[in-house]
Design a protein around this ligand. Structure first.
Ligand SMILES: Cc1cc2nc3c(=O)[nH]c(=O)nc-3n(C[C@H](O)[C@H](O)[C@H](O)COP(=O)(O)OP(=O)(O)OC[C@H]3O[C@@H](n4cnc5c(N)ncnc54)[C@H](O)[C@@H]3O)c2cc1C
Length: 296
């Protein structure tokens, strides 16, 4: 934070918003969670406005001219050397080559080698804001869970907690806002060889006791002969029914009225903390940002 403070003091989020709207002519829309997007919904409007502003300010933009190395001389940086062999001399060089995530966007990480060559220390690179590979049964692909509370457990202890949306993007892969938010801590813990788990509270608005009472009321309303499957339909998205029944040790075809107190308690407990292991994290190609890099 100390490293970034002077930059943000000089030009903070409000200044950036004003700059885009009044100087660059890009009206902005404010979305949930304090996120700002171009009102047009087109990222291209932002890119074009920035490029036009750079040209107006006297910048010469060289496209398709990758830099191969920094031009280092006399213990300092004298400019850059392009892949074509051309040397560009400069009073100062700003290295802004991005991380290594989503390399198709052009950021392949060669900037780290340049910084390293110039004597900077490079912290290990890890994917961040990245989906996680989780040990859940199949059939959850496309399942979106809204208004759930997610806890990240490291060696059995809660390390982070987030409320919001998560989804199962493919078999055994969890993504969505709250998973991405806890992923950085999860990735570091996995690298350290620690035990990482996720626990999802599917009913964050209810205590275990209130949930147990609700289960009782649902059974009463449905009639005791109704199978557990129908009871779970009242409480859960369809895709989760058999997963939760298995986790709670319940048979979907058993009559709900025959659930013992202990089984109801177990079901309520699982709904409040459906827990599964995190096996791994997805690669850089799927990470929104890179953690690590030039040591601040
Ligand atoms: C799918 C996705 C969604 C995202 N959504 C959001 C969002 O909603 N909000 C948000 O704030 N952030 C978002 N991000 C993150 C954001 O895009 C990055 O944090 C940001 O772009 C990083 O900026 P940068 O200037 O450091 O690097 P980059 O934007 O990666 O720019 C680096 C540039 O350097 C160029 N380059 C690399 N090597 C060389 C070389 N050798 N010679 C010449 N040029 C070179 C690259 O071509 C690239 O143009 C998202 C990222 C992804 C992948």
């Amino acid at each position: 934070a100390d490293f970034f403070r002077p930059a943000f003091e000089a030009f903070d989020n409000r200044a950036a918003i004003r700059w885009f709207e009044s100087e660059l002519g890009v009206p902005l829309a404010h979305e949930r969670g304090g996120r700002i997007f171009p009102a047009s919904g087109r990222a291209w409007d932002v890119a074009e406005a920035l490029a036009a502003w750079a040209r107006r300010s006297g910048a010469e933009v060289r496209c398709l001219a990758p830099v191969s190395t920094l031009w280092l001389a006399d213990g300092g940086v004298r400019g850059v050397v392009l892949e074509s062999g051309e040397r560009l001399e400069a009073r100062a060089v700003v290295l802004a080559t991005g991380g290594v995530s989503y390399p198709t966007t052009g950021s392949t990480g060669d900037g780290h080698e340049m910084a390293d060559a110039a004597g900077h220390r490079i912290e290990p690179l890890r994917p961040a804001l990245v989906p996680l590979e989780v040990a859940v049964p199949g059939g959850l692909k496309g399942l979106m869970l809204k208004n759930v509370e997610l806890s990240l457990l490291v060696d059995g202890t809660v390390a982070e907690r987030r409320f919001g949306e998560m989804e199962f993007t493919a078999e055994g892969i969890a993504g969505g806002a709250i998973v991405l938010q806890v992923s950085r801590t999860a990735v570091d813990a996995l690298i350290d060889g620690r035990r990482v788990e996720l626990s999802v509270d599917l009913k964050p608005a209810l205590s275990v006791e209130k949930l147990r009472n609700r289960i009782g009321r649902e059974i009463e309303a449905l009639g005791g002969d109704t199978p557990v499957k129908i009871l779970l339909q009242k409480l859960l998205p369809t895709q989760l029914r058999s997963v939760i029944a298995r986790a709670a040790g319940l048979s979907l075809s058993a009559p709900a009225g025959e659930l013992t107190e202990r089984e109801r308690e177990r079901l309520a407990t699982i709904l409040k903390g459906w827990r599964f292991a995190v096996r791994d994290y997805r690669p850089f190609t799927e990470a929104i940002v890179t953690a690590g890099g030039v040591d601040l």
